[in-house]
Each structure stands twice: as C-alpha cells, then as structure tokens.
Design a protein around this ligand. Structure first.
Ligand SMILES: *Cc1c(COP(=O)(O)O)cnc(C)c1O
Length: 378
C-alpha cells in the first residue's frame, strides 16, 4: 500500500547543479556563493534585507537578541503554534506569555493581545517583543495587531516559518513587523533540508544579526570578540538546495492552493481556516475543523489506511514545559480558549504537492466515510 504523507520535500530538479557548484568550487562551509545567491533571491522576493540562518529557530533567537530581549524580560507569543516559536524566548532567559488565537484565522487574537498588554501595563511589565505567527500559511490580522502593539511601543517579530509567499495587503508575511523569519525545514513550502532566514526592512538589525550569527568576529587582524556570538549561518550546500527550490515557490503555492480548494469543495460541512479579506495564503497545510471531529480517532483511522494526518498544534500553555507561563484567552474565564477548541476539534490533512488527484480523492473518501459526512460528496 502506497502511503500518503502529510507534507514532504519536493525538489525542482535544479538543486543538484547548485550543490555540484559548491563541491566544484570547494565552498563546503557556512559561507559561499550559494548563500549569497539564496539571500539575493529571498531578498528580491520579499523586498527586504535578509540573513540566511541554520534554522528558523535560530532566526527567531537572533531576532530576539537584536531587539534586546534579555533575562527576566517578557515576550508575548501565540499559544497555538509550534514550540519553536517560543523556545528561543527561554534561550534568552526571558519568559513567554501566551496569547490566544481567534477562530476565524487561527492566528493571534487582537482581543486577547489587547487584554494582555493592558494587564502588562498595569503590572509595569510590558513585553520586549510580540511574536506573531501566520499559522499553516494564513496571514494574521497584522493591521489590528500592529495598531495595538504600536500604541504600547512594542516591536513585532513575525514567525512566518510556514507562510513564505503569503501576503497581507500585498506585502509578504514576515516583512511587515520589525523583523520576520522563514523556515526551510524539510516539510515547509520550500526547503534547504534545514535552514532559515531572518528578514527586515531595517538593514542595521539584519547586519547586527548576521554579525552575531558568524561568531561575532570583530574586524581585527586576530580573533577579537566583544559580544557573545553564535554559529547560526546557513551551509553553502544547504543554500544550494534553496536556490533550486525558490525557482518553484510560486508553483508550489499554486499546487497547495489547489489541494486546499479540492478539500474545501468536498467538505462543505466542515470548517476551514479562512482567508481574511486582503490576505493571500500559501495554504501550506490544509486543516479541517468541526465540533463533530475527533482528531485522535481520525488520525488512527486514516493511519490504518496509510494516510498520514496530524493533530493541530497543542497549545503551548497546555504543554508541560510551559505549564507555569501566563496565558491570555480571548474568551471569558471558565470558558475553553479558542486555541484549545482548535486543538480538540481540528485536523491537518495530507497536503504534499506530489499527491495525485486520485490520492487526494481517496483521502476525501476515507475522511467522509469515517466522519459520516453527506454534504456534496459525489
Ligand atoms: C517550522 C517552524 C519553526 C521552526 O523552524 P525550523 O527551521 O524548523 O527551526 C518555527 N515556527 C513555526 C511556526 C514553524 O512551523
């Protein structure tokens, strides 16, 4: 039985030429022409200054450092996201304060954010930064969020790990806040096997991050260090994969959006993450949501058919490692948070761009069978 995966790397075919070039020129290092070219390509795609990093997580860590986040600081972060959005806050000895999502876009709730900032102001403990994710590719409500954060003078870091190519009012996600990051991990919309990118309109911040990511070597005829450095640059070999991948980014987005559209058409009884007005989602992963959905049961049932699905993010404020961190729900006390509702009633469907229409059709049939959907299934 051929397995149907959730999301897997999908090469363009041109990656090997860039990798061979790295070998032929002996640039087997976290520096070299592929790194430069990959940065140039992402820079012109996003109209931003950029620094290639060894991972998206490393890029978030650098963003926090250049914004001056240090021990004892608070940083706001969505609860409904991957743990890598929040972990770098704790690398800095700072503390994550978790913010609820909204049910429509599944991203940071401006209502919960405002509650949290109001409370922080009262306690005289405003956060040093707010991290906003664009989950599964759907842009968050950036205008509303920036209006609130700007009123409190707090910078925003966009975790656009999953949303390269998604736009908000015509702007690329990741380029709207003070800093943004992309991930090129294996299952993302394009991959370098492992890698990331820090982006910003502010060239000074990017230069500082690049300096820190290369071990903070001061310009001197010997090794001179005035700051703690990191080994966070992207390998020239990995960057070669990225150079081949960026060539097919727009094609992958089109394919992902077709996959989403086919699911949406088939499951008229289920809810989907909504594309807000003026936003364009790369639809990295298609997820369904319904009060009738039992995600664990569905995962097991699909699994027995060789179909890989995944539960939505378990909210970080419900994770054992973050159990003592604060959380601000968009709902009233005593009610379940939106993040928890999403986790308990949502499910990610296979969204690999190599999936054939027949394969997707069989996923649709299995899900319909298990959930006893009627709707407009033919
Ligand atoms: C993948 C991901 C990251 C981490 O990126 P890596 O390149 O794997 O370090 C961070 N945040 C979100 C939302 C992600 O999906």
């Amino acid at each position: 039985m051929k397995k149907i995966p959730l999301a897997i790397p999908h090469m363009s075919g041109n990656e090997m030429a860039y990798i061979e070039h790295a070998f032929n020129t002996n640039w087997i290092a976290p520096v070299g022409p592929n790194v430069d070219l990959f940065e140039k390509k992402i820079s012109s795609y996003t109209l931003s200054h950029v620094a290639a990093t060894s991972s998206g997580t490393a890029a978030i860590h650098l963003a926090l450092i250049v914004l001056g986040v240090t021990a004892g600081d608070h940083v706001f972060c969505p609860s409904f996201t991957f743990s890598a959005s929040a972990n770098p806050i704790h690398y800095q000895g700072a503390e994550a304060v978790f913010i609820d999502s909204e049910i429509i876009s599944w991203n940071m709730s401006p209502v919960a954010l405002e509650k949290a900032l109001l409370d922080a102001k009262k306690r005289n403990k405003l956060p040093k930064a707010v991290i906003v994710t664009h989950i599964y590719g759907q842009p968050a409500k950036m205008t509303e969020i920036l209006e609130i954060t700007e009123a409190y003078g707090v910078p925003v870091i966009e975790d656009a790990a999953e949303s390269l190519g998604s736009t908000y009012k015509g702007m690329q996600t990741g380029t709207i806040g003070s800093l943004g990051i992309y991930s090129f991990n294996g299952n993302k919309i394009i991959t370098t096997s492992g890698g990331g990118m820090l982006v910003s309109q502010n060239e000074t911040l990017i230069q500082e991050a690049k300096f820190l990511s290369e071990q903070a070597k001061e310009p001197a005829p010997y090794y001179q260090h005035e700051k703690i450095g990191y080994n966070y640059r992207l390998s020239n070999i990995s960057a070669g994969i990225g150079c081949g991948q960026i060539e097919v980014l727009d094609e992958r987005i089109m394919q992902k959006r077709c996959i989403f559209a086919m699911y949406q058409e088939a499951f008229s009884e289920l809810n989907f993450q909504q594309e807000l007005p003026d936003t364009f989602s790369n639809r990295w992963l298609t997820a369904i949501q319904s009060e009738r959905l039992n995600p664990l049961l569905l995962k097991n049932k699909l699994g027995s058919e060789g179909i890989e699905g995944r539960l939505l993010w378990k909210p970080l404020h419900m994770q054992p490692v973050y159990k003592s961190n604060s959380f601000y729900s968009e709902r009233n006390t005593g009610e379940k948070s939106s993040a928890q509702i999403l986790f308990e009633t949502g499910f990610c469907l296979p969204s690999a761009t190599q999936m054939t229409q027949d394969e997707q059709w069989s996923v649709i049939q299995k899900v319909s069978e298990f959930m006893e959907l009627k709707g407009n299934i033919i």
